[in-house]
Design a protein around this ligand. Structure first.
Ligand SMILES: Cc1cc2nc3c(=O)[nH]c(=O)nc-3n(C[C@H](O)[C@H](O)[C@H](O)COP(=O)(O)OP(=O)(O)OC[C@H]3O[C@@H](n4cnc5c(N)ncnc54)[C@H](O)[C@@H]3O)c2cc1C
Length: 553
């Protein structure tokens, strides 16, 4: 029996600017284009257009009647798509499984366009791309704002597994609702709809399926986000890492007609995705949140047909007879006729007792809203004197009573941009500890105190804090390459003439394999340069693909 959905529901009637983008009225020309590429159908009330967990589903224009988008857990209407609007969401372009269902609310007439046809139209017709891509991206934002998407994450604020899931969902723009175990009423209500374990972290998806303490990978798999390449046929380009460099490479390659798969270990956006505000990227005079920039890049890449899969880590690279194989951490292999290594750097860890124990429990490597909560009205401690540490200090000082910056040098001027240095020096809520280092971490289940030592006087000072941010330089992610490409003495990938006398630009010592962004020896370690390199390398990839494009024997 159909659930009663007659109570007040959200509709595709725009009320805000975001909703205006999310629920566009299609003009006659676009409707005609859809009609030519699709099929007109009548639906009876209750007919299912698609249900939760479907891998392929059609793009649908509603000509008459309306379609209800349902959260299947309680058959609750999330939004009603009225006549004149379309049914679809960003996941359709990403190749993600459905996480909500679409059901005709009344007798309705629709134009149904198969998903592959829609993707082709989006990649080739700017008119439809403008409307559909903007609408889909805005709908994903609305779902995030509404905390709707059929996914409920459950756990305690301090539970490492729950926090990892939350971070993954937030950084990957997966719409979700958070239920804290301390909220008895919400837990009881949720437990009435599914088989919720009595404690610990859990994820409830789709038709009330419960995953107990899942990893981000397991969650991604269950949501159909973890696109495993089913075909053995090589992509034109395989991109490892989807930070700014990998995203730019994906956008440029896909927009120039190459088939692209980008493999990302953690979350789309890379280091830039963790930056609270990037102020020196061209075109954003007021700065842009790293997560926002990453989201835009991701939408742009999928618009052109690039495939992005996350979280999946490349663990091995090997040439085959006519392409390269990259093995992933679950044993699957993906293939590319060219490979772009864009897998950046990661923050150095400090040689401190109990560091690992406190990671995620008071020790962090990024300063986003998620971590900033732990500094509210307390102290935040940051180790490092580079731009990322400076940005973190500016950001955290909005939350913390006092933000301590601990640096080994005598001052910031040699390591930080001057605009940040002067802001930090003039901010009374930020205290700079020069020529100092952290020597001890204390706490029970989570960090509660750090001890700083002055390198000259050896004097020690303890600070009570729930949040230590380590931003003390970065090391390249090149261990997994197993000698396939030449590295410099610090482990960064050599390219161009540094790699071999006759090579240009971003070519590595292994022909057909390119390196861009922070992972490249001599790179500038900036968003703009990573984006620039990721864009420019595609012309060399074209040249490689047009030549013999056979990996070295
Ligand atoms: C907090 C912070 C603030 C910053 N602020 C600024 C700023 O204001 N302005 C500026 O210009 N720059 C800034 N930077 C630097 C800038 O973000 C980097 O230079 C830029 O992100 C480099 O891009 P990338 O794509 O080369 O590498 P990354 O951003 O490091 O991306 C690499 C990606 O590869 C993935 N990866 C790693 N290994 C593997 C593997 N084996 N398999 C699959 N995937 C893998 C990683 O998970 C990551 O997502 C900041 C950095 C940080 C951390």
């Amino acid at each position: 029996m159909m659930a009663d959905r007659s109570t007040q529901v959200r509709t595709s009637q725009p009320k805000s600017a975001l909703e205006q983008t999310a629920w566009p009225r299609l003009d006659d020309g676009l409707i005609e284009l859809l009609r030519r590429n699709g099929q007109t159908r009548w639906l009876d009330a209750g007919d299912v257009l698609f249900d939760v967990g479907e891998e392929t589903y059609d793009f649908t224009y509603v000509e008459q009647g309306h379609i209800d988008i349902l959260d299947r857990a309680q058959d609750r209407t999330v939004v009603r798509i009225q006549a004149g609007n379309v049914v679809g969401e960003l996941g359709m372009l990403k190749g993600q499984k459905t996480f909500l269902a679409a059901i005709a609310g009344v007798t309705s007439r629709v134009i149904v366009v198969p998903q592959p046809v829609l993707r082709e139209l989006v990649a080739t017709s700017p008119e439809i791309a403008d409307v559909v891509v903007s609408a889909f991206a805005a709908r994903r934002r609305l779902l995030m704002e509404w905390n709707e998407g059929g996914l409920v994450l459950v756990g305690e604020e301090n539970d490492r597994t729950a926090l990892r899931l939350l971070e993954f969902a937030r950084r990957s723009n997966i719409p979700h609702r958070w239920v804290d175990r301390s909220d008895d009423e919400a837990v009881v209500k949720l437990a009435a709809t599914c088989d919720l374990p009595a404690d610990g972290a859990a994820a409830v998806i789709g038709n009330s399926r419960v995953l107990t303490s899942p990893t981000p990978r397991e969650l991604a798999e269950a949501l159909g986000l973890d696109l495993v390449a089913t075909s053995n046929a090589p992509f034109d380009v395989l991109v490892v890492g989807a930070g700014p460099a990998g995203l730019a490479a994906s956008v440029y390659a896909a927009s120039e007609g190459l088939s692209v798969l980008a493999v990302e270990d953690t979350a789309i956006g890379g280091q830039a995705g963790t930056s609270s505000r990037i102020e020196n990227y061209l075109g954003f005079p007021r700065g842009v949140a790293g997560a926002e920039l990453a989201y835009r890049g991701e939408v742009q890449a999928v618009k052109f047909g690039a495939r992005l899969t996350s979280p999946r880590r490349a663990v091995h690279l090997a040439p085959e007879s006519d392409c390269f194989a990259v093995r992933l951490d679950d044993g699957h292999a993906v293939r590319g006729r060219a490979v772009i290594l864009a897998n950046g750097v990661q923050y150095r860890r400090l040689p401190l007792d109990r560091l690992e124990e406190f990671e995620g429990q008071g020790v962090y490597y990024a300063a986003t809203e998620l971590e900033a909560r732990f500094c509210r009205n307390g102290a935040a401690v940051i180790v490092g004197g580079g731009n990322s540490a400076g940005q973190a200090a500016m950001y955290l000082s909005r939350y913390a009573e006092c933000t301590h910056m601990v640096i080994r040098g005598e001052g910031l001027s040699r390591t930080m941009s001057s605009y940040l240095t002067s802001r930090i020096e003039s901010d009374s809520r930020i205290k700079l500890w020069t020529e100092s280092e952290i020597v001890r971490l204390n706490g029970d289940d989570r960090l509660s105190r750090v001890t700083i030592r002055h390198r000259g006087t050896q004097g020690e000072h303890a600070i009570d804090t729930r949040a230590l941010f380590i931003m003390a330089g970065a090391a390249p992610n090149t261990d997994w390459l197993g000698g396939q490409v030449r590295l410099d003495d610090k482990g960064f990938i050599l390219t161009g003439r540094d790699a071999a006398g006759d090579l240009d630009g971003f070519a590595t010592s292994c022909r057909g394999v390119f390196a861009v962004g922070d992972i490249r020896a001599g790179s500038v370690k900036r968003v703009a340069s990573a984006v620039g390199e990721g864009s420019v390398v595609i012309s060399a990839v074209h040249a490689w693909l047009q030549r013999d494009s056979r990996p070295p024997a």
